[in-house]
Structure formats: C-alpha cells, structure tokens
Design a protein around this ligand. Structure first.
Ligand SMILES: [Zn+2]
Length: 532
C-alpha cells in the first residue's frame, strides 16, 4: 500500500515516557500505519517523504486545559496553539463552555463566559451542545475535545441569579449536564470562582459529580480558592470525588501569594491520600509563575454577586468600595505590584494596559486599591489581569508528580485579528516550547521523554481520547516534529505574541497544518472529539 507520508530519520519520543529511539513513520489517511526502525520504510512507496534527521518526532500535544471554545470560531487557524505543537485541546474548562445556550439565555451565557469570548463577531448560532460540536467539527486546524461547563449549564437552565439551587433547580442542572454528555461533551468542568458556579453548594457539586460518574467522564474543577484557602478548596473538590466516585481533575494546581507558598505540597499530599484510597484524581499545570483571570477575582465573594452587571453597580457605591478596601487589608494575598492589567477596554488601554496596578494607579491618580475598583467599575468587569506571586518550588512539586498533565490554560489567538487584544498571558503562545526549552533543555528539571508524556499520553488518558497521545501504529496521525536543541518560547509577559521557535512540523489527523514552521492557512483537519 502506498503511504501518504513517510517521516524518516527522526528520534521518536512516543509519548509513553519510554526512552527516545530512532524510528521511521508512515502515515496513510488519518492514521499512523507504521512505526519501524531506521531504514525500515526505504522500500515503502509514499506520496511524500520528509527527512527529519536530527529532529524529535512525538505525538501531537494534547492540551488538557484550554479555553479556545469560541476563539477558534473567530479564526479556525488557531495560530497560537498549532505553532506550539498542540494538535488537540480539551476546551470548555473552568466552567466556561459556549453550550448549552438556549436562545432565550444565549446573551446571559455569553456574558457569563465573556472572559474567554473575545471576538464579538462570532455568531452564536448553536443552542445545544450537539449543535456547538457540529459547528467546530471540520472548521478548525486542531482537534477540540470539549467539556461542558457548569457556568453555562447553570445560566442555561437557572439563569445567572446568585444563591443556592433548590431540588428542582438541581434536577434541571442534572438533566442539562446529562444531555450535554450524551451530546458528546467529554466531561464536565466547573469554575468555583466564577459567577454563578461559585454559588454552588455541596449538593449541587454532587449532582455534577454524579452525572460525570454516570458517563465515566472527567470532572475538571477550577477550585474555589487558589490563595489563602487553597486547602479547604482542595478538600471540597476531593469530597465530590469521594461522594460520587467521579474522575476528578484538579485544574491548574498552584497557589498565589507569598504567605501561601508551600501549601501546594500539602495539597498534593491530600490528592495522594485520595489516590491511595482508590479515587481517580490528578492535577494539571502550566509552567509559569503567574496566572491570569478577571481582575474581579480579587473581590470578596459577596461583591461578585450578579456577575459583571452586579459588580459594576455595586462598585458605584463609595461605602461598598470602602468596605472592600477594609476587607482587603487582611484578605488580599497579592501585592498590587504583582498584578498587571492584561486586557482592558479601548479607552483605558493607553493608560493602564501592561502596567502593574501600582503603576496604573499612578496614571489614574488614585491609590492602588481604589484604582483596581475603578477599573472594574468603569469597564463593567471587562478588565483582566496577569497575577504573579507564585513559588517556583510549588510549581516544581506539581510538575514532579507522576499523574500531572500539562494544560496551557490558554486560548487560540490571532495576534493580528479580533482575538489579538490586550497583552495576554504568554501561555497562549508559548506554553509547550517553554516547557521543552526552559524546563527540559535549559534547567534539566524534566527529561524530554517525561515532558512529552505529560503533554501527550497523560492528558489523552485523562480525557479518554482513544488512539491519541501515543505515537504508535494504528493511532490517529496527530504528530509534532520539533528540534529539541532549539525549541523555545521567544515571548514574554511584555511581548506575549511572538511565535515560539523549534516547532517544525505539526500534523493533525494526517494532514500537515504546520510545515517547516509555516502554517497552511487553509488546513482545517480538526475534529470535535468524543471520549471513550
Ligand atoms: Zn481555571
């Protein structure tokens, strides 16, 4: 049989963590049809042969924690992702999925996930999860394996009101989650710092865990707190797994604030104790010492009720602002010099974008805490931050855990298009090259084989993506070819959109999306994947 593509001379890192070895690889249609020793395909007829001598050939990266749900509909090239070597993204994380979105609640769902819905020009023509999946299938350069998000589910069936759900509300939530999983969502996510999911009580979380368990699907939890209350937040997530038996993914395990450094090790110990009890629990992380979220995440919970509209209304009241400032004197776990404005409305961009809150405050002629509140009020909560204040030791502890997967927490962005706004966290453009260039090659923190396993087979297994994440005969032909001697992120927090170096070829379902570092702008081989 004639192969479509033969790759010769590459050093195979197959995704399992096994030592690299020389191998030649044949691809036919959307599958890997041969993985053999060097020279083994010399006589195999092929439509095309690529000599990749000196390069590493690996399964395409499976980004376990992504947010490209609607940005891929703004630009199906998914530029920032495919240039990192990502061939599959698990989207819909942190409770934020674009479906379900029934017509009467579409605007409310869209507002609730506004932090990831960057292009207002995207036409939300779907209502059910099945319709959303159909919209992305074949329209994107990489595969999407979408989770259904608690934020969307709750808004879709119960509106964006704060407060506890009663039994009837929980029953509606359960039915909607069940339908989305039957419609092909690979799991459920929640974002317990985002309204209205943040108002969920244990009974509501147990509903989601039970539905996930019923479908043997992943339950990914952006926990209630990544600061002073990290450990109670870990316990809350673990309790759902304990009660329902669901497979639990602790999203982006990290802690912010110097006074909390070290608590990540305790969190890992609790996760390990749960694993020892037979629970299926693991974490994911991106290799940076800063996170990114809405600035309003720093507000007390009571001040976030009603979402963006509630926040803006509340912050117009000077007495409320005074109360928040007073609370912050004890509860704020970050310094204002550690918090940078990464996205903000046009009229404020010149003044504050890319600046720390301390510098932005000087520009606004306000004290830092007042400046932060004023930015949230004036933009109606459309202001995002990059927040530093993480410990290298905590990051290393998460990376060292055998069950940890890499998840970028980034979005598919086009620096020259509608999604190229603000100064985003560099993870959207450089997560995997950062991992492979800095942590593997420069620091020696991880072996190449281990880093690639954390980027391929481990996340693929968590998401239950069949025949992906390991480069072997019969697998889907999702392949990333890279130069391990040069791969590096060249971007930074100051200059986040620069392309990485050393990602040479990226193949999705047998089709080259990136060749010699250049993207085929027309290639849309990505599919909406299901689990199992
Ligand atoms: Zn999150």
């Amino acid at each position: 049989m004639t192969a479509d593509l033969v790759l010769t001379g590459g050093l195979l890192a197959d995704g399992t963590g096994a030592p690299v070895r020389l191998a030649d690889i044949a691809i036919t249609g959307d599958r890997v049809t041969a993985v053999v020793g060097p020279g083994g395909l010399a006589a195999t007829p092929a439509r095309e042969r690529l000599d990749i001598t000196g390069l590493v050939v690996a399964p395409g990266f499976v980004d376990l924690h992504g947010h490209s749900d609607t940005t891929v509909l703004s630009d199906g090239r998914a530029i920032s992702k495919v240039h990192q070597g990502i061939t599959t993204e698990v989207s819909g994380n942190c409770g934020m999925s674009p479906a379900p979105a029934p017509p009467e609640r579409r605007g409310a769902v869209r507002r609730a996930i506004g932090i990831i819905d960057l292009d207002p020009g995207v036409d939300w023509r779907w209502s059910t999860f099945a319709e959303y999946r159909a919209r992305v299938d074949g329209a994107v350069a990489l595969n999407l394996a979408p989770l259904v998000g608690h934020v969307a589910l709750r808004v879709a069936v119960n509106g964006d009101d704060p407060g506890l759900l009663d039994a009837a509300g929980r029953a509606r939530l359960e039915a909607a989650a069940d339908e989305a999983l039957s419609d092909g969502a690979i799991g459920i996510s929640t974002g317990l710092m985002y309204p209205p999911a943040m108002f969920a009580d244990p009974a509501e979380l147990a509903v989601l865990g039970r539905v996930a368990r019923r479908h043997d699907a992943l339950f990914a939890v952006h926990m209630r707190n990544y600061g002073d209350a990290l450990l109670p937040a870990v316990d809350e997530a673990l309790a759902v797994a304990r009660e329902t038996g669901c497979r639990l993914q602790v999203s982006h395990l990290a802690v912010a604030g110097r006074r909390n450094w070290g608590s990540v090790r305790t969190a890992i110990a609790r996760i390990d104790a749960a694993r020892a009890d037979g629970l299926d629990v693991a974490a994911d992380i991106y290799p940076y010492l800063a996170g990114s979220a809405n600035l309003s995440q720093l507000l007390p919970v009571w001040a976030q009720e009603g979402g963006s509209v509630g926040i803006a209304e509340r912050l117009a009241d000077p007495s409320v602002r005074a109360r928040i400032r007073a609370e912050w004197t004890t509860t704020l776990h970050l310094g204002w010099d550690e918090v940078y404005v990464s996205l903000v409305d046009d009229d404020l961009r010149e003044l504050v974008l890319g600046r720390s809150i301390v510098d932005a405050a000087a520009a606004l002629d306000l004290p830092p805490d007042e400046a932060a509140l004023e930015l949230m009020r004036r933009t109606e909560d459309r202001v995002q931050m990059v927040a530093f204040g993480r410990s290298p030791d905590d990051l290393l502890a998460v990376l060292a855990h055998p069950a940890t997967a890499i998840g970028s927490d980034g979005l598919a962005l086009d620096p020259d298009g509608p999604t190229g706004v603000g100064r985003p966290h560099p993870r959207s453009y450089g997560c995997y090259p950062c991992l492979l260039g800095r942590l593997v090659r420069e620091d020696g923190t991880l072996t190449l084989e281990r880093a690639i396993a954390m980027s391929t087979s481990i996340p693929a297994a968590r998401a239950r993506l069949r025949d992906r994440g390991v480069l072997r005969e019969g697998a889907f032909a999702d392949v990333t070819v890279l130069d391990a001697t040069t791969v590096i992120d060249r971007n930074s927090f100051e200059d986040p959109t620069r392309r990485p170096e050393g990602i040479v070829h990226v193949i999705v379902n047998g089709r080259a999306v990136v060749r010699d570092g250049v993207q085929d702008p027309a290639a849309r081989p990505g599919r909406a994947l299901t689990a199992g």
